[in-house]
Design a protein around this ligand. Structure first.
Ligand SMILES: Cc1cc2nc3c(=O)[nH]c(=O)nc-3n(C[C@H](O)[C@H](O)[C@H](O)COP(=O)(O)O)c2cc1C
Length: 316
């Protein structure tokens, strides 16, 4: 049955994973998703170690189902985060943005399931070699930081599925039953959904950001800052400033300075729609409401089942 490997690997009911997302996925979002039968992920990327520990404790106080944390490997205080993961007995870790060789063996020696996010076949093979239990193959439709090769989910996923022996979770542009069906048809064992879950009641993002995403239509996002780390965001004033700087031949240092340190917090968490970084994926064009994440998991699965039935009818 589709999704069985992933359901067994994580101990969940539906092969639906809510992505780790800076300023969106704290304990509230993660626990709502896990309670509904998906896998909730606490995103550590925007948290200091104390905040991270607090979120894990709050999650455990309200939900006893499996959960994961997302650790972007470029994080400056990695050793403290790993110590907290061990102390708190976090069962699953999704690593991203860095070399999976660095922590995989250590985490696995503690009995932790490890998944790594990749944007290319080359990185997927490296992750498998590093010993991860599964990979997330993320196409460049996705919100947030992205691969330099700009490979779409449709092209990346079959390549990775064909070449790896471990389960592959699809990400990028998935947010309803039809896109889930497409991901499974391309060989995915599960789906990781970011943008759609960022715009839910339990997401800790600011209401201004949620409203901006609901209002965003086709073509509202772009992949920018490719000279530093490519990131997909809404084309707002900050994006225009980056474009202008780049068109004048700004150096990497100048772009790093323009970006500064708090842009994502300013946009996503504090709701500054002009100066902030409004990270979101291309799926934003299809996001028209702000449902509860708990309901969304159920709706996504029902929607997928309905789409599957009508597709089978269309085939016959
Ligand atoms: C607001 C936002 C923040 C994100 N932050 C992170 C992060 O901290 N770490 C990470 O690995 N990926 C991050 N991502 C990417 C997601 O984990 C996920 O892979 C991606 O959103 C999937 O594509 P989708 O947005 O089309 O659903 C972020 C995405 C969004 C929309």
């Amino acid at each position: 049955m589709i999704g069985n490997e992933i359901k067994e690997l994580f101990g969940i009911k539906y092969p639906i994973i809510q992505a780790g997302m800076v300023w969106c996925s704290g304990w509230k979002l993660a626990s709502a998703v896990s309670k509904a039968g998906g896998l909730g992920i606490i995103g550590a990327g925007s948290m200091h170690p104390e905040t991270f520990e607090e979120h894990i404790k709050k999650y455990k106080a309200v939900c006893n189902r499996p959960f994961a944390v997302n650790l972007p490997l470029l994080y400056p205080e990695m050793d403290s985060m790993v110590a907290i993961i061990e102390e708190q007995k976090v069962p699953i870790v999704f690593t991203s943005a860095g070399n999976p060789k660095k922590y995989t063996a250590h985490l696995k020696s503690k009995g932790i399931t490890v998944v790594h996010v990749v944007s290319s076949l080359k990185f997927a093979l490296k992750a498998q070699e590093a010993g991860v239990d599964a990979v997330v193959a993320e196409g460049f439709e996705a919100g947030g930081h992205n691969g330099k090769d700009e490979t779409t989910t449709f092209c990346l996923l079959p390549l990775v599925v064909k070449s790896l022996d471990i389960p592959v979770i699809a990400a990028g542009g998935i947010g309803d039953g039809k896109s889930m069906l497409a991901a499974f048809a391309l060989g995915a064992h599960g789906v990781q959904i970011g943008s759609r879950f960022a715009i839910t009641k339990e997401s800790s993002a600011h209401q201004n950001y949620k409203d901006a995403v609901v209002a965003a239509g086709e073509g509202a996002t772009a992949l920018t800052l490719k000279q530093i780390t490519p990131v997909r965001l809404i084309k707002n004033k900050f994006y225009q400033q980056v474009e202008e700087a780049e068109s004048k031949g700004a150096s990497t240092e100048e772009l790093v300075q323009l970006l500064g340190k708090r842009r994502a917090k300013l946009g996503i968490f504090e709701g500054d729609l002009e100066e902030g970084e409004l990270e979101i994926g291309q799926f934003s064009a299809a996001i028209l409401d702000v449902p509860s994440a708990f309901d969304l998991v159920k709706t996504l699965w029902e929607d997928y089942e309905n789409e599957k039935s009508s597709f089978i009818k269309r085939l016959s």
